[in-house]
Design a protein around this ligand. Structure first.
Ligand code: LLP
Length: 382
């Protein structure tokens, strides 16, 4: 459904708000499901990308599991209906309170990122007379070639256990009676568009799992994380990401041991393109170089441009006028509160609806109440 056709529905709503195209979400999900079934891959949706309950329910109905990074995400996934068997808990700094929430709910497994964390988990599981299943998140030192703020798999990053520490960790395993190591976990970054990067990851994973096998540790699960990028430049031309190529690479290059399960934790690629932030133009203000289109959404509703200088396509849904240049900015008292400089838009007036596209992932979840902003409910269409 083209957003322009929805403008009459938008008229009565308070802006800014997120619009979700559930039809596109369903098409995306069905493509992921089909390929995952073909290759026998399991999908755990990365809840952090969008934890909107309506969206979570769709993904639960699709049969995906949930990849959570906080106690509250674990609780929400469970509340929305994800079975405890389908919930994973990752994160570099899980607190005791969060670990206990996950133990109480008997989730499937913890993705652990340090020896120190495993010691605490072993202790807390022991107090509940439980044995917690864990995967080790290993930092594979593979360059994801993405924005430096969302690269996670290099030696300089805080994530995962470094390979030099593995020997000592493995030697301690027999002491930890309340954990059971069954899997390996990798996630090297987000918004990855160079598919060769995933091939490099597969080759590193093959080496690493052989090392574990040589040390008599059976790896029942491999979790390759998320990271597949979306096309921010042309959301309409590529509304569903290249899942075929992505899964095909893992199918071709990952050496799978007999009976081994393979998991993915996709976030952005599933929900990114189905969401847009809809905003109204408050004023057109004269500028020295370029006029400003001041809209009623700001970095408080969509933080990505301010934080990562990221590009979101900007579309005027109300005008067909002559094309002009505008700096599209929000109302927040920060100079980084800018969605785009010298953006070509049809002549734009006060009251026009503007869509900031490809905002379904890391949009609504990263909103803040800075400046005591209102938060309006999303609109869903099918
Ligand atoms: N698994 C782990 C361990 C992760 O840390 C992440 C994302 C994912 C899976 C999902 O990755 P995805 O498929 O969505 O790329 N706020 C940033 C993105 C941060 C990503 C954090 N980790 C942004 O707006 O670009």
């Amino acid at each position: 459904m083209r957003l322009k056709n929805l403008v009459s529905q938008f008229e009565s709503l308070e802006t800014p708000f997120y619009h979700y195209d559930l039809d596109l979400l369903k098409q995306t999900v069905s493509e992921v499901k089909e390929l995952a079934e073909k290759y026998d891959f399991d999908i755990h949706y990365a809840v952090k990308a969008n934890s909107n309950e309506r969206i979570l329910s769709e993904l639960n109905d699709a049969g995906f599991g949930a990849d959570c990074v906080s106690g509250n995400e674990v609780k929400l996934a469970s509340k929305v209906g994800f079975s405890s068997e389908s919930i994973l808990f990752a994160g570099v700094g899980k607190t005791d309170k969060e670990i206990n929430i996950a133990l109480d709910l008997n989730i499937k497994a913890f993705n652990c990122e340090s020896t120190q964390e495993i010691e605490v988990l072993n202790d807390l599981a022991g107090k509940q007379n439980k044995v917690a299943e864990i995967s080790l998140r290993i930092n594979p030192n593979v360059d994801a070639k993405t924005h430096k703020y969302i690269t996670t798999g290099l030696d300089e990053n805080k994530f995962g256990i470094n390979q030099v520490d593995l020997e000592v960790l493995v030697s301690k395993l027999p002491e930890w009676k309340n954990i059971n190591l069954t899997g390996l976990h990798f996630h090297i970054g987000s918004q990855i568009t160079d598919m060769n990067v995933f091939k490099g990851l597969c080759l590193r994973v093959n080496e690493l799992q052989n090392w574990f096998e040589d040390n008599a540790i059976k790896i029942e699960h491999l979790n390759l994380g998320g990271g597949l990028g979306i096309n921010y430049l042309s959301p309409d031309e590529e509304s569903i990401p290249e899942f075929k190529t992505y899964f095909g690479i893992f199918n071709e290059f990952l050496e799978r041991k007999p009976g081994q399960k393979v998991h993915f934790e996709l976030g952005r690629s599933i929900v990114g393109q189905c969401g847009s932030l809809i905003t109204r133009v408050v004023f057109i203000k004269n500028g020295i170089n370029t006029d400003f289109a001041i809209v009623d959404a700001g970095m408080t509703e969509l933080m990505r441009p301010a934080l990562y200088q990221s590009y979101h396509q900007i579309e005027n849904l109300s005008s067909e006028g002559e094309v002009k240049n505008y700096d599209v900015v929000g109302p927040i008292c920060e100079s980084t509160d800018c969605f785009g400089k010298s953006v070509k838009l049809p002549e734009t007036r006060r009251g026009d609806f503007i869509a900031l596209r490809s905002a379904g992932a890391y949009g609504e979840v990263m909103t803040s109440r800075y400046n005591l902003r209102d938060q309006n409910a999303p609109l869903y269409t099918e």
